[in-house]
Design a binder for this molecule. Structure first.
Ligand code: BES
Ligand code: MN
Ligand code: ZN
Length: 495
């Protein structure tokens, strides 16, 4: 999608989108158009009962006296007083409304609500909405795809809007990378190929280091390697370092750690067949970490950040880990693997410990499609937040609300933690019984975080993939987490 900013003038050709404030008169451009239509625009608004509510749109096929093909009225609620996400969502809604109209150009007129920030936000929302994963649709004609028109945003200060947009475009590039990775099937995306995709970030100035099977064996990554041993695919640990802090490259980094199970069959504790295809997106946590690193580098964030992703495939085979096996993690703690389907925590255990050993980070946030139980708790609307630190929890919660990627804090504590007791090893990888499974999973992870390090775990199993269309994301991979953590960094971690 090509996006440009221009000084306000009535467009020729393509479609025209107008922002409409709730229950208010038309803006300047709207009035001019209504006049040119002999009052037809107002009549259409009245006939459709369109009120300018946030999230609502009305498409009117333009009459011949106008130089455009379609008019799209986009509700913006409180107008120029509307919040940041109202403009982002309005940009998405404008594109969404015209997806089946086959247009090649769209002009958005902010009509009274223009500021460089709002113009950039509209562009950002339109861009986010334009994502469509059609890599493997070889016979779909362009006319069958959702239209992704060239976009022109009319605003007072096109130059300033362009500047505002350039950071947002960087964030969008990160979101798109995450969506690309999460959408790929597991025959194409496995540890080695996912690692290779992460390595492309070197072009943006990110330092890439990789550990393979042999290096991880030497270090003693018994937990991660136990998961990987059933697969013919070699596991990888990819480390991505971005050094943007103005305090210098020695400033302690913030660390993001991702679960990258490129396919989760469950292993010997195999999952039922129905829905197992969803487990191609069990690398979602790693996808977010990779996309986030891309976003931070693309907008040259003033922060030192490290991303670590543990990449494995969880397969049943004659070499697979068995229920009851005892493995020694990189931390030295032993784990009795009572269920091979609770594999994400085993991967993260070694990745978390390695991150601390290697980088002594200021704080750590891990992301994982860790439990089905979090979907039972929070549905598809909130990610689960688990943390040992109130300040970090608040910062993440606030950032989530700002970008509409909400997280909800869940409890932890000794009553849950002790359910991980094992008769044979330092701990078991599951708790007995079905209840509170997301919480005991988080307690397991906390055992691999060193005393004093602020840490948060985001269980994104319910929010990584969506069956519903929303303003700025169509169904499929959402990229949830990239905008959230990018905002968290911008608000709290930059120098
Ligand atoms: N990857 C799954 C969790 C998951 C389930 C993500 C559904 C997205 C949708 C994870 O590895 C898993 O299998 N967890 C088990 C844990 C159980 C064995 C304690 C679960 O949630 O059933
Ligand atoms: Mn599993
Ligand atoms: Zn899994």
């Amino acid at each position: 999608m090509n996006i440009s900013f221009e000084k306000s003038s009535l467009p020729t050709g393509g479609a025209l989108a107008l922002l409409i404030e709730q229950d208010l008169e038309l803006g300047k451009a709207g009035k001019a158009i209504n006049e040119a239509m002999g009052g037809g625009l107002k009549a259409a608004i009245a006939a459709a009962g369109f009120e300018g509510k946030e999230g609502k749109t009305l498409v009117v096929v333009a009459p011949p006296e106008l130089d455009v093909t379609h008019l799209v009225l986009v509700g913006i609620g409180k107008g120029k007083k509307a919040g940041e996400t109202a403009f982002i969502n309005a940009g998405g809604e404008a594109v969404k409304a015209l997806e089946s109209a086959g247009i090649s150009g769209l002009t958005i007129e902010l009509d009274g609500a223009d500021s460089d920030k709002n113009a950039a936000r509209m562009a950002f929302g339109a861009k986010l909405r334009s994502y469509y994963f059609d890599k493997y649709k070889t016979r779909e004609k362009d006319s069958e795809k959702p239209a992704r028109p060239d976009l022109t945003i009319m605003t007072k200060d096109p130059k300033d809007a362009g500047k505002e947009f350039s950071d947002l475009e960087g964030v969008a590039s990160g979101v798109f990378m995450t969506r690309d990775l999460v959408s790929e099937p597991a025959n194409i995306l496995y540890p080695e190929t996912l690692a290779a995709r992460a390595a492309e970030l070197a072009d943006l100035g990110i330092k890439i280091t990789m550990l393979g099977q042999a290096e991880m064996e030497k270090l003693g990554f018994g937990a991660l390697l136990g998961v990987a041993q059933g697969s013919a695919r070699e596991p990888k640990l990819v480390i991505m370092e971005w050094k943007g802090s103005e305090k210098g490259e020695n400033e302690r980094p913030v660390a993001f750690i991702g679960k990258g199970v490129t396919f989760d069959t469950g292993g010997i504790s195999i999952k039922p067949a129905a829905g197992m295809e969803d487990m191609k997106w069990d690398m979602g946590g790693s996808g977010v970490v990779i996309g986030l690193m891309k976003a931070l580098a693309a907008r040259k964030a003033k922060v030192n950040a490290v991303g670590v992703v543990g990449l494995v495939e969880n397969m049943p085979s004659s070499t697979a880990q068995r229920p009851g096996d005892i493995v020694t993690s990189y931390s030295g703690q032993t784990i009795e693997v009572l269920n091979t389907d609770a594999e994400g925590r085993l991967v993260l255990a070694d990745a978390l410990w390695y991150t601390e050993e290697q980088f002594s980070p200021r704080l750590m946030v891990d992301l994982a499609t860790l439990t089905g139980a979090i979907i039972v708790s929070l549905g598809m609307e909130n990610a689960g937040l688990f943390s040992n630190d109130d300040k970090l929890s608040k910062q993440l919660t606030d950032a989530g609300l700002e970008v509409e990627e909400p997280v909800w804090r869940m409890p932890m504590g000794e009553v849950y933690n002790k359910q991980l007791a094992s008769p044979a090893a330092d701990m078991a990888n599951i708790s007995p019984g079905r209840w509170g499974g997301s919480i005991t999973a988080a307690c397991f992870l906390e055992r691999f975080v060193q005393e004093g390090t602020p840490w948060a775990h985001l269980d994104i199993a319910g929010v990584t993939w969506s069956d519903k269309d929303k303003s700025v994301k169509r169904k499929g991979a959402t990229g949830f987490g990239v905008r959230l953590l990018d905002r968290f960094v911008a608000d709290n971690c930059e120098s």
